[in-house]
Design a protein around this ligand. Structure first.
Ligand SMILES: [Zn+2]
Ligand SMILES: [Zn+2]
Length: 344
């Protein structure tokens, strides 16, 4: 089979690998669509904590089940979307439904081969919680967005985005756009997306109810918010770009009871920010983080896409073939459009 293999830092190779066999108790999937995530680009450029080389990348995928060895609600011939977590199902975190925090978690496309290949071997642990039947008529490339949407759902649950909230999203890439759609669905009253690029700003204006704040070097975010949007403070801040700097000035934008969610992994130079604990105490602020999504988040996200409650089709701005993998990575890495999806 053809597969996009990351062999080392900066070395992504389109390779011919032997077709995988159906794992005992697992399943074999013929991939139909796998979208490229900011994390894939980060892995190519700089590696990742949970990555082991060589690795077939891809953790946002959907395909046809060609073989299944065990009990599942899905069957051979079904179109399914795959939750990339491989969780034990036994540990304390798994038992209480937080299977993305499993003590022994593996992740397809990180620690096991993922979906940027013609075939995917799904381990037995994934049969029960990792295989999700596609809602009827849902395009597999759209179903591939269930995983990133599920990660946003996790982030918005962690930061309790709810009715009447004002929400500031830092970054208007594919993740920022999904956050905006989701916050709207959850009843947020005011949604502001801070973004630099004109093309992305236009897409957000055309497709969401969010206000857009154009980020400029010359004008600090705090000043821009006050002068251009007339919002002195917000209830929730979500970081949707690794460039977001979590500073005291950013924390000062939170209204009493406000929540800050470190959603995007910050750049190393932004890892160690000193916190001022005073506003956390006096203004009852919450600082939280989100990494990945549970299998429940994944199922919910897929049904939001299937029902049309979240219309994310406009976020896919490039559909490419596996042989165009390098172009698709460049497209995502250079932020030319929004989301790129490899279709097979
Ligand atoms: Zn991702
Ligand atoms: Zn577990």
């Amino acid at each position: 089979m053809r597969a996009a293999v990351l062999k080392g830092p900066g070395l992504l190779v389109l390779d011919d690998l032997p077709d995988p066999e159906c794992p005992k108790g697992g399943a074999l999937i013929r991939i139909k669509a796998c979208s490229i995530c900011g994390t894939d680009v980060k892995m190519l450029e700089a590696g990742h904590r949970d990555l082991a080389y060589p690795r077939v990348l891809g953790h946002e995928m959907a395909g046809i089940i060609v073989e299944i060895d065990g009990n599942s609600t899905t069957q051979e011939g079904d179109l399914a979307q795959v939750w990339p977590g491989i969780a034990c199902g036994q540990c304390r975190q798994c038992r209480r439904g937080d299977d993305h925090r499993c003590q022994e978690i593996g992740i397809l496309g990180f620690s096991r081969d993922g979906g940027l290949a013609q075939m995917l071997a799904l381990p037995p642990q994934s049969l029960e919680r990792g295989l999700n039947l596609l809602p009827r008529e849902l395009d597999p490339s759209l179903a591939a967005l269930a995983e990133p949407l599920a990660c946003c759902l996790n982030g918005q649950e962690r930061s309790q985005v709810s009715e009447g909230d004002s929400v500031l999203i830092l970054g208007g890439g594919p993740i920022g756009c999904l956050h905006a759609l989701l916050a709207e669905m959850r009843g947020a009253e005011r949604i502001i997306v801070a973004e630099r690029l004109d093309s992305r700003i236009q897409a957000i204006r055309d497709n969401t109810s969010a206000q857009v704040l154009q980020v400029k070097e010359s004008l600090p975010l705090q000043k821009a918010l006050a002068s251009e949007i007339d919002v002195p403070e917000v209830d929730v801040i979500l970081t949707a770009t690794p460039e977001a700097e979590i500073s005291r000035a950013l924390v000062r934008l939170l209204s009493p009871g406000g929540r800050l969610c470190v959603f995007s992994g910050p750049r190393p130079e932004n890892h160690m920010q000193l916190m001022d604990l005073k506003p956390i105490h006096y203004r009852e602020l919450t600082l939280t983080g989100a990494y990945g999504c549970s299998s429940r988040h994944n199922r919910e996200a897929l049904s939001l896409l299937g029902s049309g409650a979240i219309d994310a089709d406009w976020i896919i701005t490039l559909r490419a073939s596996l042989s165009e993998i390098h172009d698709a990575f460049a497209y995502s890495g250079q932020r030319r459009g929004l989301k790129s999806v490899i279709c097979m």
